[in-house]
Design a binder for this molecule. Structure first.
Ligand SMILES: Cc1cc2nc3c(=O)[nH]c(=O)nc-3n(C[C@H](O)[C@H](O)[C@H](O)COP(=O)(O)OP(=O)(O)OC[C@H]3O[C@@H](n4cnc5c(N)ncnc54)[C@H](O)[C@@H]3O)c2cc1C
Length: 247
């Protein structure tokens, strides 16, 4: 990107997007504003954390979020997946093919994933499912994860599991709070895009983890970014066409 004439403004947070005469205005937290004929939104998403002691200390030292990305690092090891929704159960199924053992921990009394996923999960020999359980601490030896503690919510007992990895699957939150009420967002807060990356605001496009496009991976985000840029170009040549002259 640096080889091209692209201006990069670091340390700026966009807080408002609005349609104005001839295009759009993006206002920053600093109060500065930019106007543009078209906009591509690509603000990404952040993984929801458990917020328990040890989690932050062992990020990337055993605590992970992306099963496709970091799964191979745990080949042959024991891991836990936190969260029994579709993402957690899909992650557990995926990881069970790689690791020695998976413990899936769900806060609720039952898993919330689709039945078909639950059936698949229960058919796997190296998976233990713990429901009505609340992770209370990530344990480590100072350099890496060695286990976790959880509360059995039925008995109130605190128990420990020895393991090498913990995949937290309790939600991926798109960075789109600032766009609420401006463009259409899905119930999860993702920017709704069509096959061209177009949003509900004509002339505004979006790409990557902040959108409804499935599979949050680098190669997908890059492809979607290229697509949204092409769509923005198509939009620009149309809005810059001269008015038809009266006969
Ligand atoms: C720990 C971890 C490991 C991963 N490993 C892999 C991997 O091995 N392979 C893989 O394919 N994927 C991996 N991923 C996923 C990958 O990082 C994402 O799919 C990809 O980065 C998405 O690109 P994006 O441009 O949509 O969003 P991001 O890369 O998240 O970029 C969004 C940018 O927008 C900025 N931003 C957010 N809000 C605002 C705002 N209001 N104003 C201005 N700027 C804003 C953010 O600061 C950020 O710089 C991993 C993710 C994590 C968290």
């Amino acid at each position: 990107m640096r080889e091209y004439d692209v201006e990069v403004m670091n340390l700026q947070t966009a807080t408002k997007l609005e349609a104005v005469e001839g295009g759009f205005r993006v206002t920053m937290a600093s109060g500065a504003a930019l106007t543009a004929a078209s906009v591509v939104l690509s603000t990404g998403a952040r993984w929801r954390k458990m917020g328990v002691p040890g989690e932050q200390d062992y990020l990337n030292k055993g605590v992970a979020f992306c099963p496709h990305c970091d799964g191979p690092l745990f080949k042959g090891k024991r891991i836990a997946v936190i969260g029994g929704g579709n993402s957690g159960v899909e992650a557990a199924i995926d990881l069970a093919g790689l690791v020695a053992h998976v413990t899936l921990i769900e806060f609720d009394k039952q898993l919330r994933a689709d039945d078909v996923l639950q059936r698949k999960l229960r058919s796997l020999k190296n998976v233990t499912i713990l429901t009505h359980a609340k992770t209370t601490e990530v344990k480590g030896d100072g350099t890496r994860v060695t286990g976790l503690a959880y509360e059995d919510r039925t008995s109130g007992e605190i128990r420990e599991i020895a393991l090498e990895g913990i995949f937290v699957q309790i939600g991926l939150m798109p960075n789109t709070d600032w766009l609420k009420g401006t463009i259409d967002l899905s119930p999860r807060g993702e920017i709704v895009v069509d096959a061209h990356g177009a949003t509900s605001m004509p002339g505004v496009f979006a790409a990557g983890d902040c959108t409804t496009t499935p599979y949050k991976q680098i190669v997908i985000a890059m492809g979607e970014g290229a697509k949204a840029s092409l769509a923005a170009f198509d939009h620009l040549i149309r809005v810059s066409a001269p008015e038809e002259k009266a006969a």
